[in-house]
Design a protein around this ligand. Structure first.
Ligand code: GLA
Length: 469
């Protein structure tokens, strides 16, 4: 099923939340809110994190990805106020201090992003979208996040999406999910990272029980039914990687853009009009394997220097510095265009194969999907260079422990691996990974409960209203 794009975020009465851990959490959040602000919250916003099954670092090149939402999320208890201020508090007050900001003076710290900066991105994005610059209501917000931070499970986007959602609802508005996802992808870039739109799209468009093929331009989410008898297990390498705090992420985005423009130039296209590898492939009317061949023919394996790029694009080095280099990449001197473009075109092909295998309901689907996941990890590690030693080690241990496929998920350079495991072997798998990875490193052993867990495709963003009863 392809999601109806005009659909808005569901608003659920609190009393319909099953009496589970989720309901307990809302109650606890209410207590925290009352203690901090001396009144009851009016409503709750919720936005989940995600695990990407395949399709890494290709959303910003225009290609489809295949994530699913996880149960871990950000929930914000909120109440609108007549003041011109937003008062922000976090349940984990020892880690995240209170913060206040005036509605017309958002102050995002790009150099050292703090938790409140992600909240402010979502707030500002919504205020600008609704043109409420000086008329937005104030808010009291109590935030509770359960997505492990800097782990590749999209904790930042869950906070941005949830902040935009509560700002929308507090101001009496309702927007379709695709508009929210597009808007949140744009406003998260206020933090200085040039991410694609995967995390925000799945946070709003996810549905319980199904992974999604997310396509861009226009945004579209199609159900992907995973074969019976397999489960996905997430394991955290415990190497923290905050993509907003380093230059690696934006450097890869930049390398892809330069590769795009050089390929376009070499094929006599109006190269300056091309920003994404997907657009050049389309303009040349090539299949993905043909695009990989084109890279082999037109780009070289040795890193490109600034002066070589300027020579090819017939551009002055000064213009390259001013117009091509971007936030956090002004220092970069060499660019691995062959490797990055090869990864992107081949990974885009693996996503389509993954979806195709799921659609076919082939009895050997689990083995085939596992092989694609393994190829994806190898390409991320060797061609995109977005893994790290601990993560590679963890992926190997997962494979030795019975996974049919295992790969890094999310931006990489640390964070989590996702493994596909036969459902009836999950328990055995968990024990082995614990013994061979976590128990070997005492500082990691204590983290097993939150760092190693099986997951199911979860539901997307929601608004909860306190029960009227
Ligand atoms: C981050 C970005 C996404 C995507 C992934 C890598 O999560 O926010 O848009 O690029 O990295 O696949």
């Amino acid at each position: 099923m392809t999601l109806n794009m005009a659909e808005n975020v569901p608003v659920v009465d609190f009393q319909h939340v099953p009496q589970t851990a989720a309901a307990d959490r809302l109650k606890k959040l209410t207590e925290n809110f009352e203690k901090r602000f001396g009144c009851k919250p009016e409503f709750f916003g919720r936005a989940p994190g995600r695990v990407n099954l395949i399709g890494e670092h290709i959303d910003y090149c225009g290609y489809s990805v295949l994530p699913m939402a996880i149960e871990q999320d950000v929930v914000i208890a909120a109440a609108a106020t007549k003041s011109q201020e937003v008062l922000l508090s976090n349940v984990k007050s020892d880690l995240y201090s209170d913060f206040e900001f005036p509605i017309n003076n958002v102050d995002i710290n790009k150099d050292h992003p703090r938790w409140q900066d992600y909240f402010q991105c979502g707030f500002l994005g919504m205020v600008e979208h609704l043109q409420l610059q000086s008329t937005a209501c104030g808010m009291r917000c109590m935030v509770d996040g359960s997505v492990p931070p800097s782990s590749g499970l999209s904790s930042s986007s869950a906070l941005v999406c949830c902040s935009a959602l509560v700002t929308m609802h507090a101001n009496g508005q309702s927007l379709p999910k695709d508009k929210l996802a597009d808007m949140c992808a744009r406003c998260e870039r206020y933090i200085g990272t040039q991410g694609g739109g995967m995390d925000q799209a799945i946070s709003f468009m996810a549905q319980k029980g199904t992974a999604k093929l997310i396509e861009f331009n226009p945004l579209k989410a199609t159900d992907v039914y995973l074969p019976d008898g397999i489960s996905f297990v997430i394991s955290n390498s415990c190497v923290e990687m905050n993509k907003a705090a380093t230059s690696e992420f934006n450097t890869r985005v930049l390398e892809c853009r330069i590769a795009t423009q050089i390929l376009a130039k070499k094929k006599d296209l109006q190269w300056a009009n091309f920003q994404r590898l997907g657009d050049v492939q389309k303009a040349l009317n090539l299949s993905l394997p043909q695009a990989v061949e084109l890279v082999q023919k037109l780009l070289h394996k040795e890193p490109y220097t600034r002066s070589e790029i300027c020579q090819i694009l017939e551009m002055k080095e000064e213009d390259f510095v001013n117009n091509v280099l971007s936030a956090r990449t002004t220092h970069v001197q060499s660019f691995k265009l062959f490797q990055r473009a090869t990864h992107v075109f081949s990974e885009a092909g693996r996503v389509l194969s993954f979806k195709h295998i799921c659609d076919e309901a082939d009895p050997s689907a689990p083995q085939k999907l596992g092989a694609l996941m393994n190829e994806s990890h190898t390409s991320c590690r060797d061609m995109y260079e977005c893994s790290c030693t601990d993560l590679d080690n963890l992926v190997n241990i997962c494979l030795e422990s019975g996974a049919l496929g295992s790969r890094l998920t999310g931006a990489g350079w640390g964070g989590c691996a996702v493994s596909m495991v036969p459902t009836n072997e999950v328990m055995k798998f968990l024990v082995k990974v614990k013994e061979n990875f976590y128990d070997k490193i005492p500082s990691k052993a204590a983290l097993v409960g939150t760092s190693l867990f099986a997951t199911q495709p979860g539901s997307g963003a929601m608004i909860y209203l306190p029960s009227s009863s």
